[in-house]
Write a new protein. Structure first.
Length: 230
């Protein structure tokens, strides 16, 4: 069974609407929708925005629902010129860019006393997602790479450049690497799927509202196909 996490209601509302045999359980202020989608068992939940919400959500999915995999679906800002608004990014790994323990000799983004710098996503989920995206969103570019996460909405060229240069990231958002860390610690396979809604620069606030709705449509379409293929 897959657990599907979206930070915002808009990112999961269409999935919830299409589910059958739904049972809703509220835990830690989150409503977990357990049921079937495309004939497959699934749990869909809105985590809320930010790293803490994302990590708590994963722990509940691991403890209460014993999920076989986690997919974090949503939108993000591009960090690479070739990744345009509307394109999809599938995570190879994920890093938290706002972690800084460099004074103790760790590289920026490294969480002290953990054995990994970047949390690796599941290759099988990524391969399935790529196949599904090419089928249901054939007009979009699909990229695989690093997702960088922090409790910040990135909307400045200088910070965007720093993220790209320091972490070699494909896109930036506010939950993925925390979800990745919690999944890694619980030994649950995960994948972060991001539709690009803005360019994470001075135009981000303007781009965001204009392109958010279409990006969510693309990510929802992909997530539904991935559930059915899992």
């Amino acid at each position: 069974m897959l657990g599907i996490i979206g930070a915002m209601a808009e990112e999961v509302e269409q999935l919830k609407a299409e589910m059958k045999d739904v049972r809703i359980t509220s835990v830690a202020g989150m409503d977990f929708y357990e049921g079937t989608l495309g004939g497959k068992p699934v749990v869909v939940v809105r985590s809320g925005i930010g790293k803490v919400n994302g990590a708590i959500c994963v722990q509940i999915l691991a403890d209460r629902y014993k999920v076989d995999g986690i997919v974090n679906t949503g939108i993000a800002g591009s960090l690479m010129a070739e990744i345009n608004i509307g394109d999809m990014v599938l995570s190879v790994d994920a890093v938290q860019h706002d972690v800084d323990a460099t004074v103790f000799g760790y590289p920026e983004g490294q969480i002290p006393q953990l054995d990994v710098f970047a949390f690796p996503a599941d290759a099988r989920l990524r391969e399935l997602a790529g196949e599904c995206c090419h089928r249901v969103n054939p007009e979009l570019g699909v990229f695989e790479g690093r997702v960088v996460t922090g409790d910040q909405f990135i909307s400045g060229k200088a910070k965007k450049r720093w993220l790209a240069d320091t972490f070699q990231g494909c896109c930036t958002e506010m939950e993925g690497a925390a979800i990745a860390q919690a999944a890694y610690l619980n030994k649950v396979p995960f994948l972060i799927v991001r539709a690009i809604s803005d360019k994470a620069d001075d135009s981000a606030a303007m781009d965001y509202e204009e392109f958010e709705r279409q990006a969510i449509i693309h990510s929802t379409r992909l997530t539904k196909a991935l559930i059915e293929a899992f």
